[in-house]
Design a protein around this ligand. Structure first.
Ligand SMILES: [Zn+2]
Length: 325
């Protein structure tokens, strides 16, 4: 029933089948980021005799390719795997790391229990290319250590510490960022994107655009690895990435709020948001893919639906066909 003639645009990222170029950058001694032209970013930080890895990618096979690149720089064992939030393309590759501890926010663990299975099916259908050998996934990833506010990892020797912090609700209920005060390097997860569109289908837009991004900005990072897109190097580029993220959310809130106040419909809100964002963001990765899900969630949020409705493969298609056709 979901044949392609029903929509003029291919569903989500299902037609995006070309591999992206991956770039490994050494941001400081023992601090690594792998970016991939708008595909999900990952990172790693060396402790004295161990590694902290940040994000797990969508499958163990995808994660092993990243670990092979990392192994050209360091052979230290992975002690901690840190997950910025619950989304499948960030978590389901975890088994490849052989980590002693998998760390996430308290609410990320709850979200995996509540909707991890549905999110897995949804993301697999939306972004099949990211799921390299999906049969290599052994099951949902369960964090073994969680926290509510802040957790600090002593990196040993004179390497300083890695601070994991929850800045408030944003991209999801349970986002965390990883902050290296000594180098002023921030791994922001999907709370900040750098020249990539925002996915806000599980978001809390009003908090994200204000208090949450205020807390991220207050760190005054000098290098920022967002969830997708290039590394922002230097204060100016970090400010630009934060500004781009805030402006995307601000435009969504303004346009959707305006249509609602005038008694309009979700479809009209989608058209208004699309028209307002397209000139600046239309060419950025996953813009067309994300926008229907983004506006649908924002419409709910402004209607008083406190927590995001669970995305299932069926609901994905319904919203897509209603808005992107
Ligand atoms: Zn995400």
């Amino acid at each position: 029933m979901y044949s392609s003639f029903m929509t003029s645009k291919p569903f989500a990222s299902s037609a995006d089948l070309t591999d992206k170029q991956q770039t490994l950058e050494v941001l400081a001694d023992g601090v690594y980021a792998l970016t991939a032209e708008g595909d999900p970013n990952v990172g790693a930080v060396e402790g004295e005799d161990f590694l902290v890895c940040f994000e797990a990618l969508a499958t163990p096979v995808a994660a092993r390719a990243w670990l092979d690149r990392l192994r050209e720089h360091t052979g230290k064992p992975v002690r901690h795997l840190v997950l910025s939030h619950y989304h499948a393309v960030r978590t389901l590759g975890a088994s490849a790391f052989g980590a002693d501890v998998i760390i996430a926010h308290d609410d990320t663990r709850k979200l995996i229990a509540e909707r991890g299975e549905q999110d897995w099916a949804s993301e697999l259908a939306r972004m099949p290319r990211l799921f390299k050998e999906p049969d290599s996934i052994p099951g949902l990833t369960w964090p073994t250590v969680t926290f509510s506010d802040r957790l600090t990892i002593d990196l040993g020797g004179d390497r300083g510490e890695l601070v994991l912090a929850h800045c408030g609700r944003g991209h999801t209920e349970g986002d965390l960022v990883a902050w290296l005060p000594r180098h002023k390097i921030l791994f922001a997860g999907d709370l900040v994107e750098s020249q990539a569109a925002l996915y806000t289908g599980d978001a809390f837009h009003r908090e994200w655009a204000t208090t949450t991004l205020d807390r991220v900005a207050a760190l005054e990072a000098e290098a920022l690895v967002g969830g997708r897109g290039a590394v922002a190097h230097g204060r100016e580029a970090v400010r630009a990435a934060l500004g781009q993220t805030r402006a995307f959310l601000g435009t969504m809130l303004e346009e959707t709020g305006r249509v609602r106040a005038a008694g309009g419909t979700l479809k009209e809100a989608f058209a208004a948001v699309h028209a307002a964002l397209e000139p600046r963001y239309g060419r950025w990765p996953i813009f067309e893919h994300c926008l229907p899900f983004d506006v649908a969630r924002l419409w709910d949020e402004l209607s008083g639906v406190e927590r995001p409705v669970i995305w299932t493969a069926e609901r994905d298609r319904e919203v897509w066909n209603a808005l992107q056709s």
